[in-house]
Design a protein around this ligand. Structure first.
Ligand SMILES: Cc1cc2nc3c(=O)[nH]c(=O)nc-3n(C[C@H](O)[C@H](O)[C@H](O)COP(=O)(O)O)c2cc1C
Length: 396
């Protein structure tokens, strides 16, 4: 469905632990299949999705904390071959103690250190992907030569955190390396994204937040000697679509007034911030909270200084995973999306759904309702022009 609608890419999120953030227990997550439980390894899924599509970009999340660099470079190269140049990697550093403990750490390294490690990780994997010259493969049957061994070299990488001999033992993939996607929110995270990412996915706070974020990234990219136009910033949004504006409002109201929504919101925000929200009173304001996890999401949720109670915040949080409200008919939402991009100078949107409640119906509302409305306005493509994800992204 996404490929028929000519999406740039699908992004598969991932976590590496079963959360116990809410109430110090895994109960809510397992009972309601919430907070990214269950989560199967996205790499085989990427292979299957590649086989079922021909043009859609396929981006999966892999953590620099979880995957040894050599394994990640090899897996990415393999998936780029299988997808014939449509593979992308959402680079995350993991923000949960439990995830760190699944990989032999006693506790989660602090965010700054995780990004220092991730920078070194990137230096290493770039070298692995470059350990074969593009023309190393000769394939000369007459002379009996597969590859020119002088064009494939060890990297002998010795860093502060990682060591690796190299070379990579996979042949160079169609894109050479995956398309890098990232979602840095903190200053270190934004700097990492500006240095490496080719597409950034972010939860911004309204129009001003969107403008601010995109400008910040573009300035940082220039400082790294990059062309900022090579970085496509996509804003996370949750559109509520219906046949009339009133129906869309009623649909949202039904969702946010249910008891399940309160529980799920608390469970989810606990999981992504590693803060136990069960300890706060529903009818009192929250203390000021900070996290090693998704600070941007937390700030948007807690509306610090507003004096609102937790119950009010939950009620309003149907928007906390959306950079800006998008609600109405496919045509009115398409108009609004056009205006937003015009005003922010932005590149596009990453569309998601509430509390992981993604259903075929919701996908259909977007691919058969919203996208045709955007296409009629000439705002998105109607055919893919290029075979690889990197080229598809550079097209606009
Ligand atoms: C749209 C979006 C998707 C994300 N997906 C994941 C994910 O799948 N797994 C994960 O561990 N972190 C994910 N993150 C967290 C980011 O990688 C990042 O840590 C977060 O935005 C906070 O930024 P910071 O690391 O600079 O503090 C996501 C963030 C956003 C905004």
């Amino acid at each position: 469905m996404l490929e028929r609608a000519c999406f740039d890419y699908i992004m598969v999120e991932d976590k590496l632990s079963v959360s116990e953030a809410y109430g110090g227990s895994s109960e809510i997550y397992l009972k309601q299949a919430l907070g990214m439980v269950p989560k199967h390894d996205p790499a085989p899924l990427a292979a299957l999705m590649s086989a079922a599509t021909t043009r859609l970009g396929i981006v999966i999340t892999m953590s620099t904390l979880g995957y040894p660099p050599f394994l990640l470079a090899r897996l990415s190269s393999t998936l780029d071959h299988i997808s014939r140049g449509r593979f992308g990697w959402n680079i995350v550093t993991s923000a949960e103690n439990a995830a760190a403990q699944n990989f032999g750490f006693d506790e989660l390294p602090p965010r700054e250190l995780r990004y220092d490690m991730a920078h070194e990780y990137m230096d290493l994997v770039y070298k692995l992907w470059d350990s074969w010259d593009r023309d190393a493969i000769v394939m000369d049957r007459e002379k009996g030569i597969y590859a020119d061994y002088k064009k494939v070299r060890p990297i002998d990488f010795r860093g502060k955190f990682f060591k690796c001999r190299g070379p990579l033992n996979t042949a160079p993939s169609p894109q050479g390396r995956p398309v890098f996607v990232q979602a840095g929110g903190s200053p270190k995270g934004r700097d990492f994204a500006a240095k490496h990412a080719e597409s950034i996915i972010t939860l911004a706070d309204g129009l001003e937040g969107m403008k601010w974020y995109r400008n910040d990234i573009r300035e940082r990219a220039k400082a790294h000697g990059r062309n900022p136009d090579d970085i496509k910033v996509l804003f996370l949004v949750i559109p509520t679509l219906a046949e009339t504006h009133e129906e869309a409002l009623a649909k949202k109201e039904r969702l946010v007034s249910s008891q399940a929504f309160i529980e799920q919101t608390l469970g989810l925000i606990s999981a992504i911030t590693d803060i136990d929200f069960s300890k706060f009173e529903l009818d009192s304001p929250l203390p000021h909270l900070t996290t090693q996890g998704e600070q941007g999401s937390l700030d948007k949720f807690q509306q610090w200084g507003s004096g609102k109670t937790l119950r009010q915040l939950i009620y309003e949080s149907s928007e906390f995973e959306s950079s800006i409200e998008l609600l109405g008919t496919p045509d009115s939402v398409a108009d609004r999306m056009g205006e937003i991009i015009e005003e922010t100078g932005g590149d596009g949107f990453l569309i998601t759904t509430h509390n992981q409640a993604t259903s075929r119906r919701q996908v259909l509302e977007v691919t058969e309702g919203l996208v045709p409305a955007l296409q009629r306005r000439g705002l998105v493509r109607t055919v893919y022009e290029h075979p690889t994800l990197r080229e598809t992204l550079r097209e606009f």
